[in-house]
Design a protein around this ligand. Structure first.
Ligand code: KIV
Ligand code: ZN
Length: 515
């Protein structure tokens, strides 16, 4: 078995998903979990892109110890300098420098000749080498580039000091056979290729990102890049949990293994889903809610006789345990704290107190409080612990009957600490509620997506709502949970607005200089 390295880019390419906007604390939380999951390398962000990204990459670099922390940079000196400032405190710092190599990108985006692209790439890799030992170089849009040109530029950037060469399928255009051939070609036509590691990076526009990544591995790639739950730009990136479990389950066929702790998959997936507000579809491979559900009578009968008839993966292998009854009405704070520790989430004393109070309230209304319920409460608190400078829902009321027009009345505390109260009618309860909140909030808001799900089963289950809003032209995701569906819906809406406000005041300050 040869060992394949896993390069996680959830915090960089994954964060480029529309509406996703993680703050520093949330990024740190995900970084810690990625370290626990056992990824070899994590791309923490693009330090030169904004003050917020710089701060987050720096915090991750200063915290994570066992995983190499990487920052993205263009072939620009200031990007490399800023990346070094953010990463120099890391145990294993690395830089990821990219430049486009396809004719369409070089002509229209970069407005450079191929010779100029080679010259810039070599000059910037040499420059970065003065600071970083570990340099990954990416040929953006490699799969639409001329293979001979790729071989020439790769040879030169290796001589300049690159230690990893990545061939991204930037627009998700390639096929498994073609991508495999590209890796073989580069291995056979770049004389110094054995001095570096070869990496694949696939997008899922044609639904082939995981298959393409595995084809690359079969043809010489020793590193796979991707994200948790496959989140990312447009259709997303290769889902790392799918790559890892495919290699494990088909180890009779693939002589490759990863160092990932597969039983951390569920926890990692849940954390990323909750913090990004990107709901995992029920039929998603490995980790979707239905991945281990058997609906048809024939399948159920087979599984009862022998689980292997229809189950190739056990839930335990990927960390899916039965959603056990957690603690009851009479459980004490001590047992509660221990349970939170098991989740791997760090809470301040105030946050623990708040979570405990909410747990106690829930036990008054819900017969069985499960791990999933508690995790939902904890994540709600993690993102909404401070109300300073944000909107806060003080109170609301919705009147609904099948005969009359639904009407909502909402009392909100605004970011400047004032109390605002309004009422509005709507076609339905949620519309009335959202219209009223929208009326109080200054920003121009459009609701583009709204989802409501239950956390587990039962009539008394917690409700979890996800929304995507366009605020002042920018997509932002929000989520909220509560026992009541309208309260969860209101929380999700306000959460998205608050995320936008925070982003505007901190992370939104762009630092990018022109390429
Ligand atoms: O998809 C891509 O080309 C990228 C590069 C920045 C490596 O994400
Ligand atoms: Zn990408």
């Amino acid at each position: 078995m040869s060992q394949i390295k896993i390069f996680d880019t959830t915090l960089r390419d994954g964060e480029q998903s529309p509406g996703v906007n993680l703050n520093k604390q949330e990024k740190l939380e995900i970084a810690r979990q990625l370290e626990r999951f056992g990824v070899d390398r994590m791309e923490a962000g693009f330090p030169a892109s904004s003050r917020g990204d710089f701060e987050s990459v720096k915090a991750i670099a200063d915290t994570v110890k066992n995983t190499s922390v990487i920052g993205l940079a263009r072939t620009i000196k200031s990007d490399i300098d800023i990346a070094w400032d953010a990463l120099k405190g890391a145990e294993k710092p690395a830089i990821h420098i990219f430049v486009a190599t396809s004719p369409i990108h070089m002509t229209y985006k970069l407005k450079k000749t191929p010779e100029e692209v080679v010259e810039t790439a070599v000059r910037m890799v040499s420059y970065a080498k003065q600071k970083f030992n570990d340099i990954e170089w990416s040929a953006e849009d490699a799969t639409r580039s001329d293979w001979d040109f790729l071989a020439q530029i790769i040879e030169k950037v290796i001589d300049a000091g690159a230690t990893v060469i990545n061939l991204p399928d930037t627009v998700g255009y390639t096929t498994p056979a073609e991508y495999g051939k590209l890796f073989r070609y580069i291995k056979e036509n770049v004389p110094n290729i054995n001095r570096v590691a070869l990496s694949c990076h696939c997008h899922d526009d044609l639904g082939m990102a995981v298959a393409n990544s595995i084809a690359a591995v079969e043809n010489g790639a020793t590193q796979v890049e991707g994200t948790i739950n496959g989140i990312g730009e447009r259709a997303g990136n290769a889902a790392l949990e799918e790559v890892a479990v495919a290699l494990k389950i088909r180890s009779d066929y693939y002589p490759f293994e990863t160092g990932l702790k597969l039983d951390e998959i569920k926890r990692t997936s849940d954390l990323v889903s909750k913090l990004t507000g990107m709901y995992v579809q029920a039929n998603k491979a490995i980790i979707g809610r239905n991945a281990f559900a058997h609906e048809s009578g024939i399948h159920q009968d087979g599984v009862l006789k022998n689980a292997e008839t229809y189950e190739i993966i056990t839930p335990e292998m990927v960390g899916v345990t039965s959603n056990t009854l957690f603690l009851g009405k009479h459980s004490g704070r001590h047992a509660f704290k221990d349970k939170i520790k098991e989740f791997g989430v760090e809470l301040t004393d105030d946050e623990v107190k708040n979570a405990f109070d909410q747990f106690k309230t829930l036990t008054d209304h819900k017969k069985e409080v499960t791990d999933d319920d508690l995790y939902t409460i904890v994540m709600e608190i993690k993102t909404d612990s401070s109300t300073v400078g944000k909107y806060h829902l003080e109170n609301f009321q919705v009147q609904y009957s099948t005969e009359n027009v639904p009407t909502a009345t909402v009392i909100l505390k605004t970011p400047d600490g004032k109390i605002a109260k309004k009422s509005c009618p709507g076609q339905g309860s949620v519309e009335a509620l959202y219209k009223t909140i929208d009326n109080i909030i200054e920003e121009t808001i459009k609701l583009v997506d709204y989802q409501l799900n239950s956390v587990g089963g039962g009539k008394d289950a917690l409700a979890e709502s996800h929304v995507q809003l366009i605020i002042d032209g920018e997509a932002v995701n929000g989520r909220g949970s509560a026992q009541d569906v309208l309260q969860a819906s209101a929380n999700a809406f306000i959460n998205a607005v608050n995320r936008y406000i925070i982003k505007r005041s901190t992370a939104g300050k762009k630092m990018l200089v022109n390429e």
